[in-house]
Design a binder for this molecule. Sequence first.
Ligand code: AMP
Length: 215
Amino acid sequence: MIRTILLGPPGAGKGTQAAIIVKNNNIPHISTGDIFRENIKNGTELGKRAQEYMSKGELVPDDLVIEIATTRLLEDDCKNGFILDGFPRTVHQAEELDKFLDEHGQEISVVINLEVPDDVLMKRLTGRRVCPKCGATFHIVGMPPKKEGICDICGAELIQRPDDNEETAGNRIEVYNRETKPLIDYYEKKGKIANIDGAAALEVASAAVAEALGG
Ligand code: AMP
């Protein structure tokens, strides 16, 4: 069974890899960032709270994120595995996740660590365009849609994530290096890390991810 965490800085390709894993395995993709964006779109209280942090590229407080993620993991579709994307992001979140999984007789099978140099990340983030309707991701240079500004999959108009501007993206990379990078060590000590070159061509990286997940 696949219970995996996609770890890596913003722009490492976690969402892209998650979409590929979903296609090949029938397990849900759980992105805490997507959950927050959905709440912002719907104008919920949670969305309002999260937006304060997201707009600055800061992390949403641990307690809030842990509650959201563990509630989601209790849903039926997670019984046969899951892909966590963007959670955990701090050592405290990882410890709480471990506690939760332990209580439910589960454990993470492997942590996919996507490694990408900072200068490549900046280019990826600022050139990223996303579909607000179906969530597909493109890049103005690296993965342009067939028709400029239009989603290949559902035809909606693509947008730039508000936190993909240069200043906020830069802060997100800094926050990753400070708060999230220590998780590599945390999971390495548990013998769970698979390091993947996230700067490689997409087919190469996704083949390496599939192999790490057990072929
Ligand atoms: P992402 O879509 O994963 O890049 O997340 C976008 C933003 O949502 C982040 O920059 C944070 O502000 C917030 N966020 C998502 N997941 C978490 C998390 N596990 N812990 C704290 N903040 C999070």
